[in-house]
Design a protein around this ligand. Sequence first.
Ligand code: NAX
Ligand code: ADP
Ligand code: K
Length: 481
Amino acid sequence: MEMIYDTHEARQIDEWAKTSGLPLEVLMERAGSEIAKQIKEHHDADERILIVCGTGNNGGDGYVIGRELIRDGYDITLHAPFGEPKTATARLHTRYAEKFGLVAEGICGQYDVIVDAVFGTGFDGARFTKSVTDLFAWVQEQQQQGARLYAVDIPSGIPTDQTSDFSGKGLKADATFCLHAFKRSAFLVKTAPFFGQLKKIDLGLPAFGGWSLYDESIEPLLTRNPYGHKGTYGTGLLIGGSETMPGSIQLATRAALRTGIGKLQVATVPSAQLGLIINAPEAMILDQTTETIQGIVTQVDVAGIGPGLSSEFTSEWIDLLLRQDIPVVLDASALIRDSYPERQAAIVVTPHIGEFARMTNQTVAEVQDDLFEQASAYAMLHQVIVVLKSHVILIAKPDGGGYVIAGASSGLAKGGSGDTLFGLITSLLGQRKHYQHLSIERLIAMGVSWYAQASKQVEQRMHPSSIVATDLIEQLGKVEG
Ligand SMILES: NC(=O)C1=CN([C@@H]2O[C@H](COP(=O)(O)OP(=O)(O)OC[C@H]3O[C@@H](n4cnc5c(N)ncnc54)[C@H](O)[C@@H]3O)[C@@H](O)[C@H]2O)[C@@H](O)CC1
Ligand SMILES: Nc1ncnc2c1ncn2[C@@H]1O[C@H](COP(=O)(O)OP(=O)(O)O)[C@@H](O)[C@H]1O
Ligand SMILES: [K+]
């Protein structure tokens, strides 16, 4: 799993390496030479390569890249528009690079490749001087003429942690070589487009920090016990649907069934019941009344409530579910609590960013600007698991860390996908006995991965505009680990 850092964590790992005996010069050497190796794999020695270096350690990385390329006979121009690096580590590499003939020069003509080593995680967005703006404009002109742009660690001008003060100005890379860990802004909606392709550069440091990009195989989810019976895979209860919104509970039900639950009880209104009889005959149908829910809730392994629900009793039913010792998933109309009881079994909330903004009294933009911190803060404060749905999905753990699932199809950005994910997550949590080797958060992360992979596979035969939740549900069973 690949880590995702904020500025503080990036500094902490540098500090850790230093106090553990590995100086920053060594990390810089490794960063620069690994990036040079990757550039050599894609570009020939006769291409004109420009490396633009800033005055911090990001600039120092640039000197190492240039030195490695010059050593292999590449045609390198190194430009240092703000003067020589000022940090001791970067200066050491500047001096060493000079021995190979690499010195700062002026820029002239058109370049094939530009390496952006101007600013990294130390960029100060408040200091947007004319010289920075002019430099960015010049690089953009070069890109329009066909230059490829590679960013070192983070594209210059892009904030690392959150985007509330982001001016919108920054270099837009074709690819970014992320040092040791990805940075948060690579997954935020305003800044993600500046990164281009993300390439992780291994600096030989240990994994550390709270957030990671979830990219594990989903194989453990696709195992089935050949000697199992329906009891092995748990019983789930879904509560949702109303006369005006009968569709969402059907999607949730079908997704839950396609995700392996042994038995499924669905409490819904008469008009939705009719649809379920036709589209999900495997589910058991209950009336959506307090008495029925009271009667069944002690017999199930998981309960999920919310999609399409419109009832004056919603809050009462949530209380009823939360009093049981089973995981409870709250979605859509059931995202109405501002506090949760202390309990052993997990509470999972699955808001999209709009719902989350409402839950936290903020605007959608405020949530998007600081997605990681927002999700973490809620999970820690309320001791719940937050599945925050946006162009990426964050799973925030009550301990402050979490997982990010990226790369799902934009075809998911439609009504119905969230209902599908709700059904899938509830179904998996109902099968805890079967999946007891996985922590609950990993189980959810793997489930979200399953959903994202299915969406990507549907995209291979269908344009995202045409993908509907039903296609996704049908695809679930065709995904391979
Ligand atoms: N463990 C890691 O992650 C490693 C990180 N390294 C590099 O170190 C970088 C961080 O280095 P630094 O903290 O030195 O920071 P940077 O190199 O990102 O930038 C700081 C420098 O830029 C100047 N600056 C900042 N904002 C400016 C603005 N708006 N206008 C003009 N000048 C501005 C500052 O005065 C300072 O000199 C990372 O991004 C990465 O490239 C590597 O060298 C090796 C290992
Ligand atoms: N641009 C996008 N790329 C990939 N996935 C997206 C994008 N926009 C939204 N999604 C996903 O689509 C789903 C929408 O969920 P939600 O808004 O709850 O839908 P519903 O209307 O079914 O409740 C979420 O899983 C979200 O992560
Ligand atoms: K950079």
